[in-house]
Write a protein that binds this ligand. Structure first.
Ligand SMILES: [Zn+2]
Length: 275
């Protein structure tokens, strides 16, 4: 299939995927250099690519991003209620999907990705005897317990899994939103390129100090825990079947297009990153 680029030039789907692969490799290389420069490694000694990409994309201003990279991030105290209801929602959704008993469906929770931890990753397996992961059938579910959500966080996940569809379940808002990585490929390419641009600006020192005031990392305040809990639990049980249905609809739709898609994405690079 040929699609027009923003400049009007015809570019096929494989070329776009190769372009994204190339940008992602360059971004990860730049993140490793930033990790080296600022000593940003996790306990296992791996560069903190998810954290660095978060900082690179959180600030438009390179000076603000530079300062954030030089400071040790303060741990944000999160009210235990958010963690509890989040775990409950992820558990109920994972088990509801598993209860469908679809042999060709794999459901994983708390998946450590290169660009952050996915709440839920659902994908279709293909084959009859030896089941292997179907390259184009992934659905990421991100459960949001409070009223806010980060669009950039979801786009980061799509840098690593560009063929996935991300579902954002805003439980209290009663919203189920989806971002299809294939449909919005140019956006993911632009987002990856912008993170890379920010990384290179910082590595090359091509910025001047700014006077932006830094917002404090305040924990989410709970004004009325009872109302919040009622809201959440009601939304959770009423919308759970809708989220299950949304996940299954996407998986089914992807199944139909996966024949052309799988030929296009089974590069050693993308296979090696599946986990
Ligand atoms: Zn700034």
């Amino acid at each position: 299939m040929e699609l027009a680029s923003p400049s009007g030039m015809l570019i096929d789907a494989q070329t776009k995927l190769n372009l994204l692969d190339c940008l992602r490799n360059s971004l990860e290389d730049a993140c490793r250099r930033l990790a080296d420069k600022f000593g940003l490694y996790d306990e296992a000694g791996r560069p903190r690519i998810a954290y660095i990409t978060d900082v690179l994309t959180r600030y438009t201003c390179p000076s603000c991003a530079f300062q954030a990279l030089t400071q040790t991030p303060e741990p944000v105290e999160v009210d235990a209620i958010f963690r509890e209801i989040h775990n409950l929602a992820v558990m109920l959704l994972a088990q509801a999907l598993r209860s469908l008993r679809q042999r060709h469906l794999n459901i994983q929770d708390e998946v450590e990705g290169e660009y952050g931890r996915l709440d839920l990753l659902v994908y279709r397996l293909r084959g009859s005897l030896l089941l292997v992961q179907s390259a184009c059938s992934e659905v990421i579910v991100e459960v949001k317990t409070n009223l806010g959500f980060s669009l950039k966080q979801v786009l980061r996940y799509l840098i690593e899994k560009p063929n996935a569809t991300a579902i954002i379940w805003r439980v209290r808002k009663r919203q189920i939103l989806a971002i299809d990585g294939e449909k919005h490929r140019w956006l993911i390419i632009a987002f990856t390129a912008s993170a890379l641009q920010q990384a290179l600006t910082i590595l090359n020192g091509e910025f001047t100090p700014c006077k932006h005031k830094k917002p404090k990392n305040r924990p989410a305040e709970l004004q009325n825990p009872q109302d919040m809990l009622d809201d959440f639990l009601t939304g959770l049980i009423e919308d759970l079947p809708k989220v299950v249905s949304a996940v299954m609809q996407i998986i089914e739709a992807k199944k139909k297009t996966s024949i052309t898609c799988e030929g296009a994405v089974s590069t050693p690079q993308s296979e090696s990153k599946q986990r």
